[in-house]
Ligand binder design. Structure first.
Ligand SMILES: [Zn+2]
Ligand SMILES: [Zn+2]
Length: 403
C-alpha cells in the first residue's frame, strides 16, 4: 500500500526516468574511484570543492539571487552566478525563480518541492520532472534583465565543466573522480536536504504557515542553511542563524567580504523579529496544523475513493449532500439533549438513519464523504482566520515594540 501524502502531486508531476539518466550516471561515476585510487590531494580537493561551492549556492543562489538579502557589484554578482553554477545545480535564474516559488507557495499544492508531496519528491523527484525544467522570468524579473545572467543560466554546463577540467589538471584522475564528482554528488544531496529534511527534521521556533524547522545538524553540512524555520519566518535576512550559537558560516564569510566592500547592506533580522511569534509561547502553529489535517483529510478521501469505485461498478450514485443533511439532522437531535456528549439514544437515531439507506456500508461511506467535505471547508475557513490572526498579532507586536 502506498503512503498517503498530505498533498497529492499533479498528474504532470512525474519523474522523467529517461532524461534523468545523466544524473544517475554521475552518481555511478563516483565508483570509478576503485580504479583511480583515492589520494590525499584529491580528498582535500573534494573538501574544498564541497564547502566552497556550497558557499556559492547559499550566499549566491539562495541569499542573493533568491532573497536579495544584500547588495553587491554587477561584476561580483556574476562571480556569484558562475560559482553557484559550478555546483551543477542549473543556472542562477532557474534556481532562484523556483526557490522564490517555494516561499510564495510553501507547503501548498503549488509548492514545487513540499515534503507534503512525499519525501523523495521534495528531495530529488521534482528536479527530475519535465514540468520544472524551465524557469519563469516573471518571478525573477529583477535579475532576468542582465544578459550575462541569462547567458550563464542558458549555458549552465560551462561552470561545472570548467571546474571538472581544473580538477583533472590539479590532481589527475583521482582529482576528477574524487575531487570533482564526489563533491558534486555530495553537494547535490547536501543542498537537497534543505528542501526535504529541513521541513521534517528539527525544531520549530516560529509559528509559520509552512512546516520549516531549525536543525543544527543540517546547518553543519549546508553552511548554515539548517536554520530553515528562522529563514521561512524572516526570509530577507543575510543570516539564517539568528543567535550567536546558531552556526552560519555563509554569513561569516559575507561579513568578512563586507569589510572589504565586496558586498554591502547585509540585512539582519530586527530585534522584534527575533522575539516574534514563538511556538513555545503559544503562537498558533498553523503550518503544522495544516500539514496534519492535510494528511488526515487525504487518507479519509483515499478510503472513500475505494468505496466509491466499488459502488460505481454497481451503477449507483453518491448523493453526499443529502446524506450530510441526514447526518446533521441526527446530530442536531443529539445536541438538543441536555447531555453535551451524544447519548446512546441519539446514536441509535443515527443508526436508524443508516438503516433507511440501501446498505449500512454505503451510507457510512457517504457520511464520511460529506463530513470530510464539511470539515475540509470549516478547516479551510479556520486556517484563513488563523493566518489573519497570526499576521495581525505580528503587526501588533511590532507596533507595541516600536513604542
Ligand atoms: Zn529561501
Ligand atoms: Zn523551505
Amino acid at each position: 500500500m502506498s503512503t498517503t501524502h498530505a498533498i497529492e502531486r499533479a498528474d504532470d508531476e512525474r519523474v522523467n526516468w529517461v532524461s534523468s539518466i545523466p544524473m544517475f550516471l554521475i552518481h555511478g561515476l563516483c565508483l570509478l574511484a576503485v580504479f583511480t585510487g583515492v589520494t590525499w590531494k584529491a580528498l582535500a580537493l573534494c573538501f574544498v570543492l564541497y564547502f566552497g561551492r556550497m558557499w556559492f549556492i547559499t550566499a549566491g543562489y539562495h541569499r542573493y539571487f533568491s532573497h536579495r538579502s544584500y547588495k553587491t557589484s554587477r561584476a561580483f554578482q556574476f562571480v556569484l552566478a558562475f560559482g553557484g553554477g559550478s555546483a551543477a545545480q542549473k543556472g542562477a535564474l532557474w534556481w532562484a525563480s523556483h526557490h522564490r516559488d517555494h516561499h510564495r507557495f510553501s507547503d501548498t499544492d503549488r509548492d514545487v518541492h513540499s515534503p507534503l508531496k512525499g519525501f523523495w519528491w521534495s528531495h530529488i523527484g521534482w528536479i527530475l520532472c519535465d514540468k520544472y525544467k524551465g524557469w519563469d522570468p516573471d518571478s525573477i524579473k529583477d535579475f532576468n534583465k542582465f544578459p550575462e545572467l541569462r547567458f550563464i543560466t542558458k549555458h549552465d554546463w560551462i561552470p561545472p565543466w570548467t571546474v571538472a577540467i581544473a580538477s583533472y589538471l590539479i590532481a589527475g584522475w583521482p582529482g576528477l573522480i574524487v575531487g570533482f564528482f564526489w563533491s558534486t554528488v555530495l553537494l547535490w544531496h547536501g543542498t537537497f536536504t534543505v528542501n526535504s529534511l529541513a521541513h521534517v527534521m528539527g525544531r520549530r521556533r516560529y509559528a509559520t504557515t509552512d512546516t520549516s524547522r531549525n536543525s543544527a545538524l543540517i546547518a553543519l553540512w549546508t553552511g548554515g542553511e539548517g536554520w530553515h524555520n528562522n529563514h521561512h519566518y524572516y526570509q530577507a535576512a543575510a543570516r539564517n542563524g539568528f543567535f550567536w550559537w546558531e552556526y552560519d558560516p555563509t554569513y561569516y564569510v559575507l561579513k568578512v567580504l563586507s569589510w572589504f566592500r565586496i558586498v554591502r547592506d547585509l540585512k539582519v533580522p530586527p530585534a522584534r523579529v527575533l522575539k516574534g511569534a514563538r511556538v513555545r509561547e503559544g503562537s498558533f502553529d498553523v503550518g503544522m496544523f495544516k500539514a496534519h489535517w492535510g494528511k488526515a483529510s487525504a487518507a479519509l478521501l483515499a478510503h472513500t475513493r475505494w468505496a466509491d469505485r466499488d459502488r460505481a461498478e454497481d451503477g449507483s450514485t453518491v448523493d453526499a449532500a443529502a446524506e450530510l443533511a441526514a447526518v446533521r439532522a441526527a446530530l442536531d437531535a443529539a445536541d438538543g439533549d441536555a447531555d453535551p456528549v451524544p447519548s446512546d439514544a441519539a446514536l441509535l437515531a443515527v443508526d436508524a438513519a443508516e438503516a433507511e439507506s440501501p446498505t449500512v456500508r454505503e451510507n457510512l461511506t457517504d457520511q464520511m464523504h460529506a463530513s470530510r467535505a464539511a470539515l475540509e471547508e470549516s478547516v479551510r475557513n479556520a486556517m484563513r482566520a488563523a493566518e489573519d490572526l497570526a499576521q495581525l498579532s505580528r503587526r501588533q507586536r511590532s507596533l507595541s515594540r516600536a513604542d
